[in-house]
Structures are given as C-alpha cells and as structure tokens.
Design a protein around this ligand. Sequence first.
Ligand SMILES: [Zn+2]
Length: 219
Amino acid sequence: MSATTPPNTIAIQGRDYVLVSVGATAAHLVARAGPADPGRPIVGHADAVLNPAYDPKELSDPSWSPRTLCGQEDWFMCPTEAGRAYETMWNSREEAVGAPSCRRCLGILDKQFPTPLPDDRLGWNVIRCVEELEQWGSIHIRGVPADQAELLRKAVRSEARKRGWVFVSSLGDGQLIVSCENALSPQRRKFVMADSMQRMHTINSGVQLPQPSWRLDWS
Ligand SMILES: [Zn+2]
C-alpha cells in the first residue's frame, strides 16, 4: 500500500477545517459538519476522478459542511503539495495553500472563540511595562500567559499611543518585545546607548550581570 497525503485540512482550536476555494483566489474554511447536520465529502462532484495521492476514503467521507464559514456553496479543496483532490492538469503546477485568507471566514472564526478575559494582573504588568519603556525605550517581558499576550500588547500599545510614542512589537512564545524609540529624550537616549555599550563590554569580558530592569517576567 502506498503512503497517501492527508487532505488539506487544518485544526484550529481543536476543530478541523478544510481549506477550500470557491472560484476566486481566497482560501475559505469549511468546518466539519456536526453529527446531526447534513454533510458533503471533500470531492462532491460526481464526475470527478479522485487524485490517487489522497486516501479515497477521506475524500469521499461526507463529514464536511456543505458551505464555507462565509456561506458559499460549491467549494473545492485547495491544493496541497500533492495537488487538488481530483485529477486535473493543474496538479503539480499550483502552489500549495496552507492558510485561510478569506476575511469573512476569518472574522466568523474569530467570533466563535470567546474573547479572553483580562487577568487580574494584566493592569499591573502594563504599568511595569510602561514604566520601563519610559526609562529604556524598550522592554522584553517573558512568561506571559497565552490568553493574556494579545491583551497585554494591546494595552501597552494604547498607553504608548497616548504618550505619542511609535510602538513596534513582536509577540510569541509567551514573550512580548516592545520598542518605542521616541519614548526617550535625547539626553536619556544617550544614557541608554552608553549603558547598553557598557553592558556588552562587561558581558564580553565574561562577567555575569544582573537582569536589566527592562527585561521582566510576568508577575
Ligand atoms: Zn470565506
């Protein structure tokens, strides 16, 4: 038996979706149908010849919603590296599609998940971040709980904007890094530059330095 390619599905928050197209270029999402709901197979067109790269059982299992999240019918699975779900001259000529791009599908998906509630400690951590940004122009906060990370970024960004700072951030893996270069006065900036040079010198000479105050842990 030859190995088969899994169909173009993705799991989002524990639920399976097929990535599909409906004529135009956007990649939509089709959810797995509920047990009581009508379902259709990935290849729903009677005259289609199944692409042998996939397991025919997976392509003909009528377990998917007849409509995309944004409500469109007559969908086709987007190609993976192995091509579309059925035989076509386009297979091996098209790029694999690995992520949804339909804004309406994504918007509907967002609404399906409850917005996380701010943790009691969120406000305290925002204050600490803003204080350090005022002093150092950047922060690196670690150990941020996954459901608080985006809330923290938004709250710090809103504080930064109130102060007229240009906000640049990156978020991932429980860490938020923020830089607001114009948070510093020219004098303070000189000091921060000198301090970071000094730190680098010291670290290069093998001396262990205490953690700088702008690198903080969620607490
Ligand atoms: Zn859509």
